[in-house]
Design a protein around this ligand. Sequence first.
Ligand SMILES: *[C@@H]1O[C@H](CO)[C@@H](O)[C@H](O)[C@H]1NC(C)=O
Ligand SMILES: *[C@@H]1O[C@H](CO)[C@@H](O)[C@H](O)[C@H]1NC(C)=O
Ligand SMILES: *[C@@H]1O[C@H](CO)[C@@H](O)[C@H](O)[C@H]1NC(C)=O
Ligand SMILES: *[C@@H]1O[C@H](CO)[C@@H](O)[C@H](O)[C@H]1NC(C)=O
Ligand SMILES: *[C@@H]1O[C@H](CO)[C@@H](O)[C@H](O)[C@H]1NC(C)=O
Ligand SMILES: *[C@@H]1O[C@H](CO)[C@@H](O)[C@H](O)[C@H]1NC(C)=O
Ligand SMILES: *[C@@H]1O[C@H](CO)[C@@H](O)[C@H](O)[C@H]1NC(C)=O
Length: 355
Amino acid sequence: MISKTVALEVDQKVYNWRWTVKVAAVFVGVAVACLVLSNSLPSSSYLFSKSSGFRGFNKSIPLDVVLNRASMKNKTVIITTLNNAWAVPNSIFDLFLESFRIGNNTQKLVNHLVVICMDEKAHSRCLALHPHCYYLPTEGANFSSEAVFMTPDYLQMMWRRIEFLANLLEKGYSFIFSDTDIMWLRDPFLHFYPDADFQIACDYFWGNSSDVNNLPNGGFNYVKSTNRTIQFYKYWYNSRERFPGLHDQDVLNNIKHDPFITEIGLQLRFLNTAYFGGFCEPSRDLNLVCTMHANCCVGLDNKVHDLQILLKDWRRFTSSNQTEEPKVSWSVPQYCRTSFEHRKKQGDFSKGHKR
Ligand SMILES: *[C@@H]1O[C@H](CO)[C@@H](O)[C@H](O)[C@H]1NC(C)=O
Ligand SMILES: *[C@@H]1O[C@H](CO)[C@@H](O)[C@H](O)[C@H]1NC(C)=O
Ligand SMILES: *[C@@H]1O[C@H](CO)[C@@H](O)[C@H](O)[C@H]1NC(C)=O
Ligand SMILES: *[C@@H]1O[C@H](CO)[C@@H](O)[C@H](O)[C@H]1NC(C)=O
Ligand SMILES: *[C@@H]1O[C@H](CO)[C@@H](O)[C@H](O)[C@H]1NC(C)=O
Ligand SMILES: *[C@@H]1O[C@H](CO)[C@@H](O)[C@H](O)[C@H]1NC(C)=O
Ligand SMILES: *[C@@H]1O[C@H](CO)[C@@H](O)[C@H](O)[C@H]1NC(C)=O
């Protein structure tokens, strides 16, 4: 099981860190006060603006507060994780937020989006653009640069995320988890199965949403907080020890047939790529597409390039006279396709990863 001790350790770290911030803030406050007094500049607004700009780094609001602010009435949130490489200007995070702005009826969903930042720089950038950001510190890890696929840092980041999501379920929150390289073009809630506990998007979908042979992609899922999903996430997280060196998605592919899942009665569904598509298998009909994932793609620059084009295609579609003009279709993947085929040829994808 995911031990409480891990969660406690994390809380402890956040606490220690916050305490440091407080001490630093008091110190800065005193320093500013002295400065102000010695210069006889008594304006309190001056004092306030100066002292808030002085601090070395931004304090994270406690997780429960962030969740409570972002939550829908029924305790549902949208979660993404972010590191600095994806957060810098003109990178993935900007495109992600842009998709919510230009998507059909997706603007309102941004209010329920909680961005889990894996490093301080990502956290600062998030705070500058979005109301609900949370900094999740991890001891001994540096997640700020582009985590190269399947390196130990990459694996640690992926498993940290599963652990965090398990924690969320235990707190009673249901969530949509979405990778940041997924563009939100329509409201996905309209296309979920009402009776499922755990529903997940696919790299390749074979036509039957109950068929465990579909190839899921861990980058997008909708999970309701139930006893079954809590047990399932613990099982998933702990299974990493049975499959050392594999990431969450490959482990999921290994455990999806396990009797444990039928024993606990987990209702598992695979989402149709017609609605929840990606570069592996695009949602061909732009009248249906909900989300598009830059999967089957290697390299940050390639993802950014192709996602920019994808959003251009979408704008062209929404501004076209759809009754008159020939149907707009995707002009992607471009760089992503070659990046992926190149890597495949080199045999880097022995484990069939598509993310
Ligand atoms: C703190 O966050 C603000 C955005 O709210 C940002 O402008 C500022 O640069 C951040 N400060 C640091 C030190 O990261
Ligand atoms: C983390 O990695 C980035 C880029 O490699 C580097 O600039 C930064 O100093 C590192 N931070 C820490 C705390 O080691
Ligand atoms: C929560 O509310 C959203 C928005 O109204 C809705 O789409 C979703 O189905 C609800 N979830 C549950 C578990 O009732
Ligand atoms: C879909 O898959 C499930 C589980 O394998 C099976 O029970 C069901 O009959 C399939 N449905 C169709 C329409 O093939
Ligand atoms: C979930 O488990 C708890 C503790 O085992 C139990 O009290 C509760 O009734 C269960 N809830 C449901 C909906 O099964
Ligand atoms: C957007 O959604 C509305 C209904 O919610 C629909 O009438 C309209 O045609 C949609 N626009 C596009 C581009 O799909
Ligand atoms: C789209 O084309 C149809 C058929 O030519 C025309 O009736 C309609 O007014 C056009 N709509 C717009 C928004 O231009």
